[in-house]
Design a protein around this ligand. Structure first.
Ligand code: NAP
Length: 287
């Protein structure tokens, strides 16, 4: 029997915890609601959809938000100017710049200019460094969402062999670090695969846990996994305006895996709620 890891349900439970924290730690102390800033550049279909979902979550939970939507051809200087405004604005607790950025801007320069204390996406070099050093910091939302999901479902990862497919700074690298760190939720032995890895099936066949973030529909199939494995599907592939599929061929792993995340309704809602959790953390840390 395969158990489906329900990200919607879990995200709702975490939402309740956040609401409680707001009551206890913010409102009782007469403080204002957490405030998330979002900088979006251009008109990428997926980016607009993600940003709208983030705004919807803010509205649902009562967070304030400010969206700065810049045109596609905005210069690096214009983007840095908006980042500087958010860094200095005491009303903004934390903010993100929606990725990917247009090709003409230097992504690392942009991310490095965010105040690490407001970097609720956790991509600033200082926060990535702290994560590697196992210090407290903002962890990237998707990786934090996956780790939290495994923890809440009481899935033991210590000593297990994890194969992470994809090595992006948004998903693959941070989840590899969190799975392998010497922590209560960690201590897994991690293999990272990417587009230059030959014979991926050799690795996936031996994996207890597979995290796949490649952006290729149905990349992982039932014949690539071993019985009883845990399959975390990060992929979001828009087939058309209404149909989204993951990086896992859900039907073919269902029945063979012990646990699987669905798409939609798996990692996505966990990512969004973790962004709010990080914003609450920033509000509590910074004020
Ligand atoms: P990305 O930056 O494009 O990275 C994709 C990774 O997959 C790269 O490391 C790439 O390898 C690897 N890859 C590509 N083709 C491969 C192949 N044939 N075999 C093995 N590895 C391959 O993408 P991303 O930002 O990590 O996102 C991945 C997917 O997750 C997308 O569908 C995205 O929409 C989704 N996503 C979902 C959430 C969520 O909350 N659910 C959050 C973020 C992203 P190289 O490094 O060698 O190029």
């Amino acid at each position: 029997m395969t158990k489906i890891l329900n990200g919607n349900q879990l995200a709702n439970e975490i939402k309740k915890e956040i609401v409680e924290d707001i009551k206890e730690k913010i409102l009782k102390k007469n403080k204002r609601f957490p405030h998330l800033g979002i900088i979006l550049t251009g008109n990428n279909y997926s980016s607009i959809k993600y940003v709208n979902n983030k705004i919807k979550e803010c509205k649902n939970i009562g967070f304030k938000y400010t969206l700065i939507h810049l045109p596609k051809d905005s210069s690096e200087k214009e983007i840095l100017n908006e980042i500087n405004n958010m860094n200095k604005n005491p009303m903004i607790d934390g903010f993100i710049i929606q990725l990917p950025l247009e090709k003409h801007v230097n992504k690392n320069k942009i991310i490095s200019s965010i105040d690490p204390k407001k970097d609720v996406d956790g991509f600033h070099p200082e926060n990535i460094g702290k994560m590697i050093l196992e210090m407290d910091s903002f962890f990237p939302a998707t990786a934090l969402g996956i780790i939290t999901m495994l923890e809440k479902y009481n899935i033991q990862i210590k000593g297990k062999h994890s194969v992470v497919i994809g090595r992006s700074i948004i998903v693959g690298k941070p989840i590899s670090i969190l799975l392998s760190r010497n922590n209560l939720i960690g201590n897994s032995t991690v293999t990272i695969a990417h587009s230059k890895t030959p014979n991926i099936i050799y690795h996936t066949k031996k994996a207890d846990i597979i995290v796949v973030a490649v952006g290729i529909p149905k990349f992982v199939t039932g014949e690539m996994i071993k019985n009883g494995s845990i399959i975390i599907d990060v992929g979001i592939n828009n087939i058309n305006e209404t149909v989204i599929v993951g990086d896992v061929d859900f039907k073919s792993v269902y029945g063979k895996a012990a646990f699987v995340t669905p798409v939609p309704g798996g990692v996505g809602p966990m990512t969004r709620i973790m962004l709010l959790k990080n914003t609450l953390k920033a509000a509590l840390n910074n004020r």
